[in-house]
Design a protein around this ligand. Structure first.
Ligand code: SAM
Length: 252
């Protein structure tokens, strides 16, 4: 599993981008004081931090199937109930939460409709289920400048463009198939400045997520070839990567 990695490595790679989505996703789901919320696929806790700031730790629960992330989320969020579990089998009773959110997770679920249906089950009637995934399908995700040259060098590479929910409209389609109603969708944005090419490239070598696993599997020659192809595409430093995420929300 490409997320069985230390939390600080995740922070240096995807965490830099995901933390900027959290307030936007919480706003989109209208998370507000007095509610109980669940963070599904919490990772080390980017969205958990935002939920705790709004609701307090006792009103927030979080789950993730990665043991290292669960340990980090527990350490970083004292008072939050963090459990090792996948979206498809949530360890909560029906209607336990006012809002159930998944940030950058649906595209990794082996069965996204079952995962979203479980998120619906643990949310009370009238409550909100919300999620976002990167626009890997439309080429405006944070990794697009990596996957494009990777694909040129290796046409068989499994980039993330075919994953569920990553093309426009597909996330909302999955919500509908999971039985959610009053669907709404929007686009969230995350802009991260990189001070040099190395600052951008080094996180790809940490083994995090599908891109990190791909780099880890290359021999030296192919890794250097890919790195230099990326270098030719990256704007002069410092440069900012602006990434888009599709978001959907629905009511139970
Ligand atoms: C890109 S990370 C997102 C982490 C965090 N939500 C964030 O925004 O930084 C994807 C997360 O989904 C988790 N994940 C993978 N499959 C999952 C599943 N079936 N159910 C719940 N979480 C899953 C991974 O362990 C990982 O923590």
């Amino acid at each position: 599993m490409s997320f069985a990695v230390a939390a600080d490595l995740y922070d240096r790679f995807m965490g830099k981008y995901s933390v900027l989505l959290s307030p936007q996703l919480a706003d989109f789901a209208a998370v507000s004081r007095g509610q109980r919320a669940l963070d599904v696929g919490c990772g080390p806790g980017a969205l958990t931090t935002e939920l705790v700031a709004r609701l307090g730790p006792a009103a927030v629960s979080a789950v993730d199937p990665s043991q290292s992330f669960v340990e980090a989320a527990r350490e970083r969020h004292p008072g939050v109930e963090v459990q090792e579990a996948a979206a498809e089998r949530l360890p909560f009773g029906a209607g336990a939460f006012d809002a159930t959110l998944a940030q950058l997770v649906v595209h990794f679920m082996p069965d996204p409709i079952a995962g979203l249906a479980e998120m619906k089950r643990v949310t009370r009637a009238g409550g909100v289920v919300a999620a976002c995934v990167w626009d890997h399908g439309g080429g405006q995700g944070p990794l697009s400048l990596f996957w494009r040259p990777a694909h040129e060098l290796d046409p068989d590479v499994e980039d993330e463009s075919e994953l569920p929910g990553v093309r426009e409209g597909h996330l909302a389609e999955l919500f509908e198939r999971a039985g959610l109603r009053e669907l709404e969708r929007t686009v969230l944005e995350s802009a991260v400045e990189h001070e040099s090419f190395d600052d951008w490239w080094e996180p790809f070598t940490l083994g995090v997520g599908p891109a990190g696993s791909y780099v880890a599997g290359l021999d030296d020659r192919r890794r250097i070839e890919l790195r230099e192809r990326c270098r030719a595409l990256i704007p002069p430093a410092p440069f900012t990567i602006v990434a888009h995420a599709w978001a959907a929300r629905g009511r139970v």
